[in-house]
Design a protein around this ligand. Structure first.
Ligand SMILES: Cc1ncc(COP(=O)(O)O)c(C=O)c1O
Length: 390
């Protein structure tokens, strides 16, 4: 009786959201004390200056609502950082909106740009939260597969997926899960399509301070002629190691920013005031790619040594590996066996695809780990692959 009542009370929107798969497995892994190589959680704490400024703001009575656009100081820091690190000029007053993490940033951007029944292109494999976010706003996610193995944006595939209902593309660079940093040429080709077809590019750039080697961070924001069609979403979660503070931002042209701010006013009102003041205390990203180059290289080398085929990550926090040379099991089953028998958690591929079967040969691991933890996890994984009876 109560079950059927619950069923009817739940909206189709909520009922249609599957639990996030990595979260579910991670709970089991935590209970068992397994080595978690799957999730992307920052290792350390925010810089001392940030902690001091946030607590000082609380003590000084800065505990009430902030403007929906966000604290002017934090917006200025966002603009300063984009200008200094990426030579992107934005007006903090009219083009920057502070959000509760990139997660709210993406949702607010979708709510501001997309109507129910519209279609949103999402490069695939994708960050697991995206299709649910698109469905929450009543729109339809349309997968646009990246080229297999080298994970490039394929403009023919993108063009073919566009319909009269296409309103946006949800890009992510550096890319989770593949580690791709899309090139200037790929971004330019994509934005030419967006401008011509009047499609908004919502670009999630939460890993913009994690780009390795000779690769350069390129963003649709870099193209002045496309700026009217870009909402760039950023986050302090990764760059200042404060994923629990829920601070992010959107950069968009003034008219879109005004819409975004009206959405924020009606969802969260504003991001937490004293935490915004804390985050404004430092303008630099505190932990960049260099801090994790060694663990990235070690993880890549060991996964390849164990027989997995992988893309050498150019940015972000993850290695995306193909497992079918080392096991006959599909990825979901492989991940459960690995957790049960070796005490190691990896993220199985199906959650990153529209059709879960397309992910059955792939797993994602994160190299944002203490070197000893990574070593322990990799030893267990290597041993499992040497000894497993399939
Ligand atoms: C691609 C991508 N976007 C957004 C997020 C979430 O960012 P935030 O903590 O700012 O909501 C993550 C976190 O893993 C991510 O990988």
């Amino acid at each position: 009786m109560s079950m059927s009542l619950k069923k009817t009370l739940l909206s189709q929107r909520a009922a249609g959201l599957a639990p996030l798969s990595v979260g579910r497995l991670a709970a089991t892994a935590r209970e068992r004390g397994a080595v978690d190589l799957a999730s992307g959680v920052p290792l350390g704490n925010p810089p001392e200056a940030v902690l001091t400024a946030a607590t000082a703001a609380m003590r000084a009575g800065r505990n009430q609502y902030a403007p929906a656009a966000g604290s002017p100081q934090l917006r200025a820091v966002v603009a300063e950082r984009l200008s200094r690190d990426r030579a992107v000029v934005v007006d903090p007053e009219h083009e920057v909106t502070i959000t509760s993490g990139a997660t709210e940033g993406v949702l607010a951007a979708l709510l501001a740009c997309v109507d129910p029944g519209d279609e949103v292109l999402v490069p695939e494999p994708w960050f697991e939260s995206y299709p649910g976010a698109v469905r929450l706003v009543g729109a339809v996610p349309r997968p646009v597969p990246l080229t297999l193995g080298d994970w490039r944006l394929d403009t023919d595939v993108i063009r073919a997926a566009i319909t009269p209902r296409t309103r946006a593309i949800l890009l992510n660079t550096p890319h989770n899960p593949t580690g791709r940093v899309f090139s200037a040429a790929e971004i330019a080709a994509l934005m030419e399509i967006c401008v011509r077809r009047d499609i908004v590019c919502i670009t999630d750039e939460v890993y913009d301070s994690f780009v390795f080697g000779r690769c350069e961070m390129t963003s649709p924001l870099d193209l002045p002629s496309a700026r009217e069609h870009v909402v760039a979403v950023g986050s302090f979660s990764k760059s200042l190691q404060m994923s629990g503070w829920r601070l992010g931002y959107c950069v968009a042209p003034p008219a879109l920013s005004a819409g975004l701010r009206r959405v924020v006013e009606r969802t969260t009102v504003c991001a937490p005031t004293p935490l915004q003041e804390g985050a404004a205390a430092v303008s630099a990203a505190s932990s960049g790619a260099e801090n994790f180059r060694a663990t990235r290289d070690a993880m890549v080398e060991r996964l390849a040594g164990a027989g997995l085929e992988l893309f050498h990550p150019e940015g972000g926090w993850f290695v995306w590996s193909r497992i079918d040379r080392v096991t006959p099991l599909p990825a979901a089953e492989f991940a459960v066996r690995l957790l049960d028998e070796a005490g190691v958690l990896v993220a199985p591929g199906p959650a990153f695809f529209d059709d879960p079967r397309d992910g059955s040969r792939w797993i994602r691991t994160s190299f944002i780990r203490d070197p000893e933890i990574m070593d322990q996890g990799m030893k267990r994984l290597e041993n499992f692959l040497r000894t497993a009876a399939w």
